[in-house]
Every structure is written in structure tokens, then in C-alpha cells.
Design a binder for this molecule. Sequence first.
Ligand SMILES: Cc1cc2nc3c(=O)[nH]c(=O)nc-3n(C[C@H](O)[C@H](O)[C@H](O)COP(=O)(O)O)c2cc1C
Length: 321
Amino acid sequence: MSHRFCVAPMMDRTDRHERYFLRTLSKEMLLYTEMIHANAVIHGNKDNLLKYHASEHPLAIQLGGSNADDLLEASLIAEGKGFDEINLNVGCPSPRVQSGSFGAVLMKQPYLVRDCLKLLVENTNIPVTVKCRIGVDEMDEDKDLDNFVTTVKDSGCKTFIIHARKAWLKGLSPKDNREIPPLNYERVYRLKDSFPDLEIIINGGIETTNDALEHLKFVDGVMVGRSAYDNPYPLVNVDKEIYSRSKLIPTRAEVLEGLVPYMENEIKNGNKLGYLTKHLMGLFKNTKHAKKARYTLANIDDDIYPMEKLKLLINETKELC
Ligand SMILES: Cc1cc2nc3c(=O)[nH]c(=O)nc-3n(C[C@H](O)[C@H](O)[C@H](O)COP(=O)(O)O)c2cc1C
């Protein structure tokens, strides 16, 4: 399993339908679930929450939480379900997450993060990784980030995914915290220089495979979030350009066609077509038919029987390819 190219965990976006779709674009890239709180894994409907399609591998689960025992219990459940990696969220600044004492606030508690990760590293048989920021609030992006990593790596965790901007825990919304604090890629490159034995994955604002290749000169991997969701089609180039695998590049029409059996099956199992098609809105981005395709995908007439609707939809959007 390689972290050279990862698609970021994104709440309400990287659900299993999105991940299935993304996997049809690249066999190699590493996919992440949305963040799931450890307690939800332990007490929730596991079959539903942890459901995924076999084709989604390699697939990491991202956990939220700060209670080591709960995180371990959730990790063991996830390992049992066949996930390939456990990732701990130490980067989410949302007020709800802060009030639960997990996510980005944990950057201020490196010893707690270390202890949680140590328990997971020592008691699971799959990689345990962490996703964090370069700092929060008044933390010093240089000294304090080095201290954080120095402490946390004692857990045995060897892979650090770094969103290359700080988060401000008060005053900025989660969305603002993905846009306003400036990106500092150089700081992440320096982290790799200081900790050459760690696997350092850079995240934030990466849009193209060319961007990714540039970062890969300095770090071990890239993680792409919004651009993978908003403009997914270019991911068809990842296997060739990032992993040097020979591959036939599918057209947008072939991508759509390839999704039909999956969609038919999901509809048969009672899922709504809209849950599946909402992730395809960006497939036509930067083409002259982008607007029409989005309109077609968004305006699904619920009066038509889903299978018929699906065929109509595929035909209409294929004509735009
Ligand atoms: C809608 C949305 C939901 C997100 N949810 C999560 C999440 O569940 N866990 C997490 O670690 N980061 C989450 N993020 C942050 C992304 O993983 C990523 O770090 C951030 O968007 C910066 O990368 P990008 O510039 O490539 O989008 C989310 C981002 C967005 C846009």
C-alpha cells in the first residue's frame, strides 16, 4: 500500500459511493473514509457505517476521538472489517469536534496523541497514521510542530499526513480554516528533512497531477481533497503519471457506463439514485457541457422508476461526453 497519492477524508463527500466512483478512475491511489467517531464505530450500526465495496481497497478508515481505549476498540473492529489503515484525525477544527476534545485541538496535547497511537500501533496489525495541521492558534509552526512530531512518533506511528496550514480554533469556520490560514508547503518539506525516517504526506491546495509530482520531489506522498471531489476526471491519469503503471485511460462516457451495474445493484437494494449521482456532478468540469451535465444529474425526476431513470440519465449524460 502506497501513500504516494491519497484522496482526503471528507465528511459528507467520501462516502462509499464516492469512493467506489473514485476507484474506477485509479486503481492505485489510497482512499480514506469520512471521519467516523470511535464511539459511533463501537455503538453504531457497524454494518451500515463501515460498509464498503471490495473494489475500494486500498482503503483507510479515519477515526475521530481522544479516548485511547475507545480508539483501540474501534480500530480492532475496523481491522476486522478489512480496512487497510487506521488514521487518527488531529486536524478538524469544527466547534462540535473541539467540544468533544478531538480533532485539531489534540495538536495541543501531543502526549495524549502519542499514547492513543501507541496503543493502536501495538495492538493492531495494520498501519496506524495521523493527519494533522502545521499548528493551531498561537503554536509556533517551526518549533511546536517539531515538538509535536518528536513526541508523537514515539508511539511508533511512522506516517504523518500534514495539512500545510494552521487552524484557528476560535473565530474561523471549518470552511474558512481550509482557505484563510496561508499554505506553507516549505514547512512540510522541512519536516521531511528533519525526520527523514518518517513518511510525510503533504495536503492542502493540490490540484493537478503536475502539482503532485512537484511535491513528490520533497515529500513521500500527496493527499488531495476538494479538487478530487470537484473535478474528479483528471484522476484517470494518476496510475500512469504518479505510479508509472501502463493503463488505458477511460473516456467520461466509459466511466459512466462502468458505474451502471453498481448503481443498478444499489437501487435494487433500496438506495436512492440521487445519493449516487450527487458525486458525479464534477465529472464534466472544464468541458463545454459541464452546466448541462450538472443540471441533468441534479434534476432527477423522482416520479420515474429508478432503473428507467438511470438509463435515461446515463444516455443523456453520455451524449454530452
Ligand atoms: C467537505 C469537507 C469535509 C472534510 N472532512 C474531513 C474529515 O472528515 N476529516 C479530515 O481529516 N479532514 C476533512 N476535511 C479536510 C480535508 O481532508 C483536507 O485536509 C482539506 O480539504 C485540504 O485539502 P484540499 O485543499 O486538497 O481540499 C474536509 C474537507 C472538506 C472540504
